[in-house]
Design a protein around this ligand. Structure first.
Ligand SMILES: Cc1ncc(COP(=O)(O)O)c(C=O)c1O
Length: 392
């Protein structure tokens, strides 16, 4: 047993009580929507009860939870300060704030990869009416960083990329790409939704100007609450397109006739915060903080390697994902010869293996806490299902 598995087994009882998933399912779909830890369920129910009985009497306490959440998020990306963290509705909204906050000139270029989730493509395509050209770089075969670097020109203003690709699971060397962008004086935007909460992210190392990530995947929080980080130097030059009481310096002083923008990242938050989501995500991140991101990423690496090892035994399996480190994160996508991925996916779901159909294959995404016996059972179900489909 390796060191990580050993330290996780030591956490065994805690993890069992934090993840009381139903015995009938093998949950391998964290790249879509994660189950909540028990403490998140409790945080939401006690917040609901408090709302019903006391309303917002304790709003000042709620604001402390909001501050705690910003501190957790700042720690997760190693941002200089919690005041650099804005809370947004979704990754897509955060990307839109960036796209429509930057000033574009006719002929400016944006570079993305050919593997991006639509949210990290559509928003940039939408700038075509401002004369902005989108270049889509194929990263399927070459080293992704070199492939992107080759396409940067004097007109390139921004590179936007996912830290881990949603369908193939390809992990990008963000720190290396960040250095390339810096050297070429290009803004660097990272959609970190497929890695944040599972892997270390370091603003100082990655030199990212923007980081966005919703909380419902690897951070194990609810949908509808996302991190938006904008480097302070860039923040000041951005145009804002949403306005309201919450984004001003003297928030809460409703008698003033004049206003100034909040000096920190809350300038991107025009109105009332999503307090319910804040209570939930804060609870989920408190668990990540307690366990530690290094332990989590080692345990996830160990789970994904174990899963891949077992999948390799299935006759006719072909991996869509690259299955070697450092290109591998928490996602493995595969096909089985002679079987339609959609059909395999539907049968697996019926049999209780919760997964997704992406990138022309079946996508499995365990998390750090996924027990070995759940992976073993999922593999048995894959084997039986494959046999049944091949004999039809
Ligand atoms: C890489 C990536 N970016 C963005 C999104 C969408 O996130 P949101 O719904 O928070 O906009 C997803 C969802 O699967 C994703 O995988």
């Amino acid at each position: 047993m390796n060191h990580t598995r050993h330290s996780l087994n030591a956490l065994g009882t805690k993890l069992k009580s934090e993840f009381p998933l139903h015995n009938d399912i093998c949950y391998l779909n964290h790249a879509a929507v994660s189950p909540w830890p028990k403490r998140t369920q409790l945080a939401v129910s006690s917040f609901a009860e408090e709302n019903a009985i006391f309303g917002a009497t304790n709003y000042l306490e709620w604001l402390k939870t909001e501050s705690a959440l910003r501190a957790h998020l700042a720690k997760l990306i190693n941002a200089p300060s919690p005041s650099d963290i804005a809370l947004s509705k979704s990754t897509s909204e955060a990307l839109s704030i960036i796209a429509y906050g930057l000033q574009w000139e006719q002929g400016d270029e944006i570079v993305i990869s050919n593997q991006e989730f639509p949210s990290n493509r559509i928003v940039w395509e939408s700038l075509s009416n401002k004369g902005v050209n989108l270049k889509v770089v194929n990263i399927d075969k070459d080293d992704p960083v070199s492939a992107i670097e080759k396409r940067l020109t004097s007109k390139t203003k921004l590179v936007s990329i996912s830290s881990v690709q949603y369908a193939s699971g390809l992990k990008i060397d963000i720190d290396r790409l960040g250095k390339v962008c810096k050297q070429k004086n290009v803004l660097f935007c990272v959609d970190a939704i497929q890695s944040l909460g599972a892997y270390k992210f370091d603003i100082a190392q990655s030199l990212a100007d923007f980081v966005v990530a919703d909380g419902h995947k690897w951070m194990m929080g609810p949908e509808g609450l996302a991190l938006l980080y904008v480097k302070p130097e860039v923040r000041d030059s951005m145009t804002l397109n949403q306005y309201g009481w919450h984004m001003v310096k003297h928030r809460g002083d409703y008698t003033r006739n004049s206003w100034e923008l909040a000096p920190d990242a809350t300038r991107f938050e025009c109105g009332s915060p999503n307090m319910l989501g804040i209570h939930a995500l804060n609870a989920s991140l408190s668990l990540i903080n307690e366990i530690g991101i290094e332990t989590i990423s080692e345990a996830l690496d160990s789970n994904i390697s174990y899963l891949i090892g077992k999948l390799k035994d299935i006759p006719g399996i072909e991996f869509v994902s690259s299955i070697e480190h450092p290109r591998l994160a928490g996602i493995v996508t595969f096909t089985v010869n002679g079987i339609e991925p959609n059909e395999l996916y539907s049968e697996l779901m019926k049999a209780g293996v919760i997964c997704a159909c992406r990138g022309g294959g079946v996508r499995f995404s365990p998390h750090f806490y996924t027990p070995e016996h759940v992976i073993d059972r999922a593999i048995e179900i894959v084997k039986t299902t494959v046999c049944q489909l091949q004999n039809q």
